[in-house]
Design a protein around this ligand. Sequence first.
Ligand SMILES: [Zn+2]
Ligand SMILES: [Zn+2]
Length: 96
Amino acid sequence: MKSGKCPKCGSTRINEPLNIPQGIYVKVFRLAGCVYYVCRDCGYVERYLNEHGFKLLEKHGRLMSTEPRMCSTCGAEVQPGAKRCPSCESVISDSS
Ligand SMILES: [Zn+2]
Ligand SMILES: [Zn+2]
């Protein structure tokens, strides 16, 4: 995929690598630290670590951000490891 060819369908129409850097707040925050390659023909997605991802892996032995997270219900900042949102008390899911 990095070489520009889809391993699934053989297409060379690979989207520009989508680099998700550190500190971006999206619902799927764990995507931070990765680069995504998307095949525009079959939709296959391949993921590689970016620099930040490698650092996380080195530091924690796994790909997990230590940045504060956002509550998916109210958008409040949630500290890493917190089980509930400090603002709306929503349960923070770790597995979604
Ligand atoms: Zn493909
Ligand atoms: Zn909340």
